[in-house]
Design a binder for this molecule. Structure first.
Ligand code: SF4
Length: 271
């Protein structure tokens, strides 16, 4: 079978993207408009262009790793940790990759969180499944701002230059001696969730830019949060931020007595 040309691969990527988009739209009920949809496709396309050599070396993709039968440290609640990674196995070493849609600055500023996840996956892959492992890495799939600007300007030379400068792969390594502590911390979080001990961060957190992020927490994180209209901190943020006033957003946040009754009734019927 003859090899596909770059143009044919790009067409194929467009097909895959459109069918995935339709699937996600129908299964989640969320859709994005034409501009955002094209931007999302550009992210896929340039991710492929930049990482083509690495992608072609992937020996196993979307490998599901599972750590079952764990119990939380205090209340002994059982839980399972699961994750999905890509694996490259070559003569000169085996790498485990975790793809993230977060931008590179955010990943670097919060590297411990990413490292912890990768260490758990590595532990399952190496220790429990007995596979080889030489290194691990996170791959950031978000296009850098300068590359996005070059794409918007449709300047091929500039695009090439920015593609060359982009470094989306962040090597993490692996230290098995840290895994037990990480799993223990994980168990403590599971315990809090199971006991419904979770509360939103203080409104001050929402008003500030977390490390490595370009906008404040409320914009970068909360705007994508499905429960924001029932979140007390987000409500306070809307009260104090300049972007929203009492007379605009807040009135939509308080459900009427009728809506509240419908909500309760709906949930009772589902039980
Ligand atoms: S809106 Fe969501 S993300 Fe933001 S503070 Fe509330 S619960 Fe957390």
């Amino acid at each position: 079978m003859s090899e596909m040309t770059d143009a044919e691969i790009e067409l194929k990527l467009r097909d895959f993207f459109e069918s995935n988009f339709q699937y996600l739209k129908e299964s989640s009920g969320h859709a994005i408009d034409g501009y955002m949809r094209e931007k999302a496709f550009q992210q896929v396309l340039y991710y492929w262009k930049k990482n083509r050599a690495l992608i072609e070396k992937i020996t196993r993709s979307e490998v599901k790793l599972s750590l079952p039968e764990r119990v939380t440290p205090n209340d002994k609640i059982s839980y399972t940790i699961e994750g999905i990674v890509d694996i490259v196995q070559e003569k000169d070493g085996t790498w485990l990759y975790d793809l993230k849609t977060h931008d590179i600055d955010r990943i670097k500023a919060n590297i411990t969180q990413y490292k912890e996840q990768l260490y758990i996956y590595s532990y399952i892959w190496k220790k429990l499944q007995g596979n080889e492992l030489d290194n691990t890495a996170v791959i950031s799939t978000t296009l850098p701002d300068r590359l996005e600007a070059a794409i918007r300007k449709r300047k091929p030379e500039l695009i090439e230059q920015e593609l060359e400068a982009w470094q989306p792969v962040i090597p993490i390594g692996y230290k098995e001696e840290e895994v037990e502590k990480i799993i223990n911390n994980f168990g403590e979080v599971v315990e809090k969730i199971e006991k419904s001990e979770f509360c939103p961060p203080d409104v001050d957190v929402l008003l500030n830019k977390p490390a490595g992020m370009k906008s404040v927490f409320a914009v970068h994180i909360c705007r994508n949060c499905d429960v924001r209209y029932s979140c007390s901190s987000y409500e306070k943020y809307l009260e104090v931020s300049k972007g929203a006033t009492r007379n605009t957003m807040r009135k939509y946040m308080k459900p009427s007595a009728e809506e509240r009754d419908e909500f309760i009734q709906g949930n009772m019927e589902r039980e």
